[in-house]
Design a binder for this molecule. Structure first.
Ligand SMILES: CC(C)(COP(=O)(O)OP(=O)(O)OC[C@H]1O[C@@H](n2cnc3c(N)ncnc32)[C@H](O)[C@@H]1OP(=O)(O)O)[C@@H](O)C(=O)NCCC(=O)NCCS
Length: 170
């Protein structure tokens, strides 16, 4: 199945499918609800940075979302959630969606991305341990789970505390 995914920004017609992908991937409503809350939050949502991966039949199988966060007062993006339908996992759809999201962010001149997630998955996209750059979170998480990426070599990661958009409740 590798290489058969198409990526694009979400449209209004994708909202229900994105909800379903997140519900199925996580086996609960929490992440799907979070995506909907972020979409309704004008200070967090950035049009064009919610990316879907679709199969050859056009079905949405994967989703990656970037929303506004801050490192202290410096604008950055938060990558969350990332989700792929269980039956399509492990075949590159998640990677395709994440690569597309990061490329879209770079195109918009965004500089920094933060992710809180699997420390074995995100380094393949260039993420490194956030604490190595003096980036922290106000709550306790495993050190290796908080990762950061600079999209532009000319602008190294700032130091500071990550402030998530309100819907994350962090
Ligand atoms: C994590 C997820 C988005 C990855 O998407 P995917 O399409 O399955 O992943 P890809 O095919 O692009 O990449 C496969 C790689 O991801 C790794 N991977 C998949 N799920 C993983 C997980 N939960 N933890 C760590 N690595 C994982 C696989 O081991 C594989 O690694 P390899 O290339 O070294 O063999 C998807 O598996 C998913 O939706 N999982 C459930 C929800 C979830 O945990 N989301 C992430 C929250 S941080």
């Amino acid at each position: 199945m590798n290489g058969t995914w198409t990526t694009r920004a979400e449209t209004r017609a994708d909202v229900a499918a994105i909800r379903e992908v997140n519900r199925a991937a996580f086996g609960r409503d929490e992440e799907a609800d979070l995506v909907d809350a972020l979409r309704a939050d004008a200070s967090a949502w950035i049009d064009g940075l919610s990316l879907v991966a679709t199969g050859p039949d056009g079905r949405v199988v994967g989703h990656a979302l970037l929303t506004r966060c801050h490192i202290d007062d410096v604008p950055a993006l938060c990558l969350a959630p990332c989700a792929v339908l269980p039956e399509a996992q492990g075949a590159g759809a998640g990677s395709a969606a994440v690569h597309a999201a990061l490329a879209a962010a770079e195109e918009r001149g965004e500089r920094y991305v933060i992710v809180l997630g699997h420390p074995t998955y995100y380094p393949r996209f260039g993420f490194g341990r956030a604490s190595a750059h003096g980036i922290r979170l106000g709550v306790d998480v495993p050190d290796e789970a908080l990762m950061a990426l600079a999209l532009d070599d000319g602008h190294p990661l700032p130091t500071g505390t990550v402030r998530y958009a309100a819907p994350f409740g962090i």
